[in-house]
Design a protein around this ligand. Structure first.
Ligand code: GLN
Length: 484
């Protein structure tokens, strides 16, 4: 039962083949069996099982929706009432959220069960889950490898069947990159689709929550629950939310796929290229047409992002001062010493690096040279996409330049680490929806992801294209040895 998808579990729950309590207990047992993966930061079985019992009662009345009774692992960036919510940081290691993020509230309303809070890079800064205060997460496909980041715990949990589905957040690739590296499906919706209320902020103009699942069909079910206007988030978009499940079975004959030539050049490893090309060939068989497009400024996405994201982070993280939020140093001389010591002790090295960069690029003497210039670049990158979408419906390419690298391999080389998001970051800068689906394996037998990028608010088309591919292939059904 635990290997089933959300859609299958939903049918089983309604048919009374299994109860939510049984499912929840089953996944909790599996999580403890595989605790060496370090996929979860906190579990609260009592709380999860209470939700499961309530879901079973709702199922018994026939008032259940598609997610009623489904256990879902939540990235530890989402505030959940009564749950420890650490954001992967020592700074918040004792923070029990007093309220629910909108995303959590929506899952609760749908009757889903919160299975636990997943491990993540500290404040979502990272691409390998190695910056977490709670230690790295292992990739179930090869425990020597990273699962990607920052939503590494969610990705590992879904890949190892410790949870049927999970949430992630994506500021520069943190849903898509770990999805690719662990062979699962993940979608970052258009900026504004999913409320950021109660989702601890990293870079507010880029952050977006989304589902991490085995299949596109499941991603649609979760997105249906997650999306929608929220008055409590001023960047939430008041735009009708379609039923993302409704169009999954439409034919993709005539779908125009744009392949950006910049995504297939130097830096892309040969084995990943081969898998992506095979996936495109499969799409041709399904009736899609392929055209070449160009995103000429894509090599500027990383420098642009590493000015803007730290700038926003330095401002967002100012609230963690040991007074309003966060760890307070046990000993200090005066107020200013208390701030300094609390922040020095509470934040890890990567977070400090970002705060330093961000404060620097926003300082009076450098604002024009760095911050403003990066804002201009952001516009050029967005314009590239708009032009490319005049020629195609969906853009496809690799999600990452390589398969999962080994734990420790890039830990001391931040620039090499930053380059693992080369194909994902520009999508956040433009605010577009992006998705990664499993498409095969590299030379090292580690998973490869195919990235799909859509027009604004065109998630339904991405999900449709992904679902059609998953109907024709079975990469998404593969599971890591030892976790089958
Ligand atoms: N790896 C990128 C970073 O460290 C993106 C992280 C994310 O999307 N949250 O900033």
């Amino acid at each position: 039962m635990l290997e089933k998808t959300v859609a299958e579990l939903s049918v089983a729950l309604k048919a009374k083949k299994v109860s939510s309590v049984e499912l929840t207990q089953g996944f909790l047992d599996r999580i403890s069996k595989y605790r060496d993966l370090n996929a979860f930061i906190s579990l609260d079985p009592e709380r999860s099982l209470a939700q499961a019992r309530a879901a079973d009662a709702r199922l018994a009345t026939g008032q259940a929706g598609p997610l009623t009774g489904i256990p879902i692992a939540q990235k530890d960036i989402f505030c959940a009432d009564g749950w420890l919510t650490t954001c992967g940081s020592k700074m918040l290691s004792n923070f029990v959220a007093p309220y629910d993020a909108t995303v959590i509230e929506r899952f609760n309303a749908a009757g889903a069960v919160c299975l636990g809070k997943t491990n993540m890079d500290e404040f979502a800064m990272g691409s390998s889950n190695e910056t977490s205060f709670y230690g790295p997460v292992k990739n179930p496909w090869d425990t020597q490898a990273v699962p990607g980041g920052s939503s590494g715990g969610s990705a590992a949990a879904v890949a190892a069947r410790l949870a049927p589905a999970a949430t992630g957040t994506d500021t520069g690739g943190s849903i898509r990159q770990p999805a690719a590296l662990t062979g699962i499906t993940g979608i970052k919706p258009s900026y504004g689709r999913v409320s950021r209320y109660g989702m601890i902020a990293f870079a507010s103009s880029l952050d977006q929550g989304g589902p991490m699942t085995r299949t596109a069909e499941d991603a649609a079910l979760l997105l249906n629950a997650m999306c929608g206007f929220d008055v409590r988030d001023s960047t939430s978009v008041d735009q009708p939310v379609p039923d993302f499940s409704a169009g999954l079975n439409s034919s993709i004959k005539g779908l125009k796929i744009g392949l950006p030539k910049e995504y297939f050049g130097a830096g892309l490893s040969a084995d990943v290229a081969k898998v992506v090309e095979a996936a495109i060939a499969e799409y041709r068989k399904l009736g899609a047409e392929v055209v070449e497009v160009s995103l000429p400024n894509s090599q500027l996405a990383i420098p642009c992002y590493y000015v803007l994201a730290p700038a926003e982070a330095s401002s967002n993280l100012a609230r963690f001062d040991g007074v309003r939020y966060g760890h307070r140093a046990p000993e200090y001389k005066d107020l200013s010493d208390m701030y300094c010591k609390s922040r020095a002790q509470g934040f890890g090295a990567e977070v400090k690096r970002r705060i330093l960069i961000g404060t620097y690029v926003l300082s009076a003497g450098y604002y024009d040279a760095y911050y403003l210039q990066a804002q201009r670049l952001r516009r050029l990158i967005t314009d590239d996409f708009n032009r490319a979408f005049e020629k195609c419906d969906v853009i496809m390419g690799p999600t990452t330049p390589t398969t999962a690298f080994n734990l420790g391999a890039k830990k001391d080389d931040p620039v090499a680490m930053y380059l693992s998001d080369i194909y994902t970051i520009s999508v956040n800068l433009a605010g577009l929806p992006g998705m990664s689906i499993p498409a095969g394996f590299g030379a090292d037998n580690r998973p490869v992801g195919l990235q799909l990028i859509g027009k604004y608010f065109d998630e339904a088309r991405l999900l449709n294209a992904a679902h059609q591919y998953q109907q024709a292939t079975d990469w998404h059904k593969k599971s890591p040895k030892g976790f089958a």
